[in-house]
Design a protein around this ligand. Structure first.
Ligand SMILES: *Cc1c(COP(=O)(O)O)cnc(C)c1O
Length: 427
């Protein structure tokens, strides 16, 4: 399988048109989608969780399995006519197991958060203590937010990063684990730009006889390409996502040991979900195949090299990247030194077509609605063929904008970059 411009989804990124059937049946909605295509093509997408699904993934999503009900698992369905659905799910599972070297994979979760819910259902009972990165330091809402099932049903204790270097404080993790004896320890974050020491987390979990859950939704594509240490040999359950760096359909993925396979499967169906979306399962199978190609490895290297260049040029512009840089596709940075809040920086960049997200930082002095930080990801930019040179320039453009530079000139250059560069040229 190769990833040409068309396969990368670049053609349809630049010139998306609603299908005739949609334009005829629902012109109002067709216009909305055309407006979204125009918005997407006119700006440079730097939101950390978004990407550009490949053309093959889009085709599988729109294929005939979109209509199929297949509650249960291959060979044990509640519905008839599931031979192709079974073969498709078995293919997705086998590709996921190979790609991630996992004993067992469940490809049915509809999202990362559904996969977290199923993981808790498999391993925990309501009221259990769970140790996870605090939301203020980069934990996802499924790791203890009071507005989410996690914070409502479990007793979350938060660990964080050290103020001096922004790195995970493993001494604090161990102390809190010994003090609270949690049933599970969770490692993983939405904004932490560095690799995690999975072996150290495993050691702490073993010291207090806790499960280790890896929330690797942000880094699933890095792990697939061998560009980040894999949590699979260490964690009891790995929660992954197929729509972030992996460039697949929106969805979750669970990887676990053979020992936990049955509990995890039952926690997904029938405990937390009904019938899986079989078209999404098919599209996940495609994404796993594409993620095992050398082209995908080149794409991931471009994303990581680009993020390093972006962090470097932001630092030269007076924005402070947390931890001093990045090992991943993520850059989390403090805009406080420029006298701005994260929300102001987000608005100023959006006005020039640069889409990034405000982000609460560890020890953030600003109110939660404002924040002092921004979070950027290079997944979409790398899919557009942008590499270290272009993303270094993007960092300069952001720096110029945030230091009061002229918006029109930046916006014109952003529009050029957002058109993408040829993938062949990018390699
Ligand atoms: C993206 C993400 C999730 C949630 O994924 P959804 O598909 O939006 O539910 C959970 N945890 C982490 C660490 C993530 O990065």
């Amino acid at each position: 399988m190769t990833l040409t411009d068309a396969a990368h989804g670049l053609e349809q990124h630049r010139h998306w048109e609603p299908a005739e059937a949609l334009r005829t049946a629902d012109p109002e909605l067709a216009d909305l989608l055309s407006a979204e295509a125009e918005r997407r093509a006119s700006g440079l997408q730097l939101l950390a969780g978004e990407n550009l699904a490949t053309e093959a993934v889009r085709a599988a999503l729109a294929g005939p399995l979109i209509d199929k009900y297949a509650e249960g698992y291959p060979g044990h369905r509640h519905h008839t006519g599931c031979a192709v659905a079974d073969a498709t799910e078995l293919l997705a599972v086998s590709r996921a197991r190979t790609l991630f070297a996992a004993e067992h994979a469940n490809v049915q979760p509809r999202s990362g958060t559904s996969a977290m819910l199923a993981t808790y259902a498999a391993l925990l009972r309501p009221g259990d203590a769970v140790l996870a990165m605090s939301l203020e330091h980069g934990g996802h809402l499924s790791c203890g937010s009071k507005a989410n099932f996690s914070g409502r049903w479990f007793d979350f204790i938060g660990y964080g990063v050290r103020e001096e270097d922004g790195l995970v404080d493993l001494d604090q993790v161990r102390e809190l684990a010994k003090a609270h004896r949690p049933k599970a320890i969770i490692a993983g974050s939405i904004s932490y730009p560095r690799h995690l020491d999975w072996a150290a987390f495993r050691e702490i979990a073993d010291e207090v006889d806790a499960y280790l859950i890896a929330t690797a939704a942000q880094t699933t594509g890095l792990v697939a390409a061998g560009a980040a240490p894999s949590p699979v040999p260490y964690a009891d359950v790995v929660v992954a996502a197929t729509h972030k760096l992996l460039r697949g359909p929106r969805g979750g993925l669970l990887l676990c040991t053979e020992e936990l396979a049955e509990r995890v499967d039952r926690a997904v169906f029938p405990f937390t979900q009904g019938g899986a979306a079989m078209n999404e399962v098919a599209a996940k199978a495609v994404a796993f195949a594409q993620a095992s190609t050398p082209e995908f490895g080149a794409y991931i290297r471009r994303a990581v090299d680009g993020a390093r260049a972006l962090a470097g040029s932001l630092a030269l512009s007076g924005v402070r990247p947390l931890t001093g840089g990045t090992d991943t596709h993520l850059v989390t940075a403090d805009v406080g030194p420029l006298g701005l809040t994260g929300a102001q920086a987000e608005r100023r960049c959006a006005a020039a077509g640069l889409l990034l997200g405000k982000c609460a930082l560890p020890f953030d002095p600003a109110p939660a609605a404002e924040t002092s930080g921004i979070r950027l990801g290079t997944g979409t930019a790398a899919a557009l063929g942008l590499g270290a040179a272009e993303l270094g320039e993007v960092g300069e453009l952001i720096g110029a904008l945030l230091s009061g530079g002229e918006q029109a000139a930046v916006a014109a250059r952003v529009r050029e970059l957002a058109g993408g560069v040829s993938q062949e040229g990018a390699r």
